[in-house]
Design a protein around this ligand. Structure first.
Ligand code: ADP
Ligand code: MG
Length: 319
């Protein structure tokens, strides 16, 4: 089973940032109001995520590390309407197959916390307020072939930072903190979306951005799209979220790009933070283990809607 998990890990866990993604999304799914991330050496040495969410009951703690153990889908039918980030129950099993993993958790109403060691499976009492601490240390310590593909500390850290930003942009209502090698990099109190966007994208972005707001009968799009003044002076920053999930999708990227081309006549590097909401039944997020691509039932309608909404926002700016 370890081998199966190690192979599965290749898909889910290809670098520290993908570990961070899974563990961070679990913390969000748990209904946390405050989440703290501590990284060491780009996340290779250690990724520690602590949250104040619902916690995990003692008898479910061992299950959480098993393959296909998920508390998030009760039936195949539920797969159609995935509301949470995780839904395959593979991430923690895959992670614990390739890194030293411990989970300490205290469920709501429990007298104290329990800690499980991923290697031994041993369960011991522990001290913790309500919530969960997941620690993932020494990534790929037992799979040296994989370890060789890790990049420099700086590069792995940059990928972690990017992953953190995506979650932070998607959930301004959750307090989030990130530190690297003991130094706090992001301290984000919960608050209004616009504040979170300003903090993470820079005031320069907000200054040159137009608000996008469109309500359709089955779709809605909100967020900010920058004008070229920002795009020219800054790195690419393109964030698209579908039902709160970061995606990098050709259809959506194309719709936005076409709006920029039509209205601004070829702004080559649009910067935007956009949130598309639609009935979960209209979108399939189970396309890829990394869950970054989506498939829409009615992709033509989605493309049109996004194109028109962004076009309208950019045109209103008087450009
Ligand atoms: P999935 O998220 O797809 O269900 P995971 O392997 O990521 O699968 O997690 C397995 C299970 O462990 C989750 O379904 C959840 O019940 C539990 N879990 C993991 N992390 C947390 C957390 N931070 N707080 C509460 N429960 C958690
Ligand atoms: Mg998960």
């Amino acid at each position: 089973d370890l081998l199966v998990n190690q192979i599965a890990a290749g898909e889910v866990v290809d670098r520290p940032a993908s570990v961070l993604k899974e563990v961070l999304e679990n913390a969000v799914d748990a209904g946390s109001r405050a989440i703290e991330v501590q990284l060491e050496q780009g996340g290779v040495r250690r990724i520690r995520v602590s949250d104040d969410g619902c916690g995990i009951q003692q008898d479910e703690l061992a299950l959480a590390l098993e393959r296909h153990a998920t508390s998030k889908i009760a039936s195949l039918d539920d797969l159609e309407r995935v509301g949470t980030m995780g839904f395959r129950g593979e991430a923690l099993a895959a992670i614990s197959a390739v890194a030293r993993t411990t989970i300490t958790s205290r469920a709501e109403g429990a007298g104290h916390a329990w800690r499980i060691d991923g290697d031994s499976g041993e369960l011991t009492p522990a001290a913790l307020n309500q919530g969960t601490v997941v620690e993932v240390a020494d990534l790929y310590y037992n799979t040296p072939a994989r370890r060789k593909f890790l990049k420099s500390e700086g590069t792995e850290y940059a990928h972690c930072d990017e992953m953190f930003r995506r979650v932070a942009l998607a959930r301004p209502d959750v307090g989030l903190q990130l530190s690297h090698n003991g130094r706090v990099v992001h301290r984000l109190p919960p608050g209004e979306p616009i504040r979170r966007v300003g903090t993470l994208m820079g005031d320069d972005f907000l200054e040159h951005a137009r608000e996008v707001r469109a309500e359709g009968s089955i779709l809605s799009l909100g967020g900010f799209a920058s004008l070229p003044a920002y795009s020219r002076s800054s790195r690419d920053a393109q964030y698209f979220f579908v039902n709160g999930r970061y995606v990098r999708d050709k259809l959506l990227t194309h719709a936005v790009r076409q709006a920029y081309t039509d209205i601004l006549h070829g702004s080559r590097h649009p910067a935007y933070v956009l949130f598309l909401e639609l009935d979960p039944a209209g979108v399939d997020v189970n396309v890829h283990p990394a869950k970054i691509e989506v498939r829409f039932r009615d992709s033509r309608a989605v493309h049109q809607f996004v194109f028109h909404a962004v076009s309208r926002a950019l045109a209103e700016s008087g450009a």
